[in-house]
Ligand binder design. Sequence first.
Ligand code: MTE
Length: 315
Amino acid sequence: MLIKRPADIKSSEITPEAVYNDRRRFMQTTAGLALAPLFASAAFAESMPNGQKLNYLQPKQFASSEPRSTFEQITHYNNFYEFGTDKYSPAELAQKLTVSPWSIAIEGEVEKPGVYTLEDILKPHSLEERIYRLRCVEGWSMVIPWVGFSLGDLIKRFKPTSGAKYVEFTTLSRPAEMVGQRRNVLDWPYVEGLRMDEAMHPLTLLAVGLYGEVMPKQNGAPIRLVVPWKYGFKSIKSIVKIRFVSKPPISSWMRSVPSEYGFYSNVNPEVDHPRWSQGRERRIGEFLKRETLKFNGYGEQVAQLYQGMDLRKYF
Ligand code: MTE
């Protein structure tokens, strides 16, 4: 993964708390009460432009009280190699991506494989806001108010068989629209994987929006993974395939640089990247670096998944 110095986005650009809270109140009252249906799912396919509001719940769990990164920061400093290897191109180039219609193929060790439309995928689920820290392997971080639902709830619907030990996720392949795919910077399409218990963990989110709005294209529209205790590259964007398998999937980054990127990729300040320390991170918009927390601060929830494992070996 390329190392670039994070843009020093001015702290004056950070959304004042009051403005953000006003937006949240708007969402809870006008755009739908907490228990209202998410959105008319039939209309969802037509309603993809940015700025489309989502209805969602405010869960009590998983709510970080840290100041959120601004919408501007979250949508203008992106890693999305399908739209260029720098942080600024995706905001512009991803706008070409057609995200409707969209479907996801469910394959492998499940009783109910098939190709499901985005509507089929979303219909039974309630959306929640989850404010998660995202720690990128390159040493920067943000706090993002995602809107989505637990991946585990979706997985249960497909009834995985006993052979399903891992889950492999694949991003769309469409070089006509994804200009970065015309260059061999990675082995396209982008692939990521999780162990089954990681995929089923309630923190693991399938996100369809952020800041209460439909997912901006540069952030992985229409649907992406968010695994907050792992380095950001595990959080694969624009997913078109979910495959249940018996062996650990080989992710794009493992295939590209196996000595630098392992399957687990848990945020771990004690295990440095071969080319740089992982001890500290720069929150986008801040000047001073802060200490990186093991499992990105989610150890209480997820450390037991790795009990007895040598996390230096399984990096
Ligand atoms: N997914 C795809 N398909 N392609 C990518 O290049 N980049 C990853 C991850 N998901 C990436 C991807 C990396 S390195 C990070 S840090 C996060 O997306 C960034 O997500 P964000 O742009 O929403 O902050």
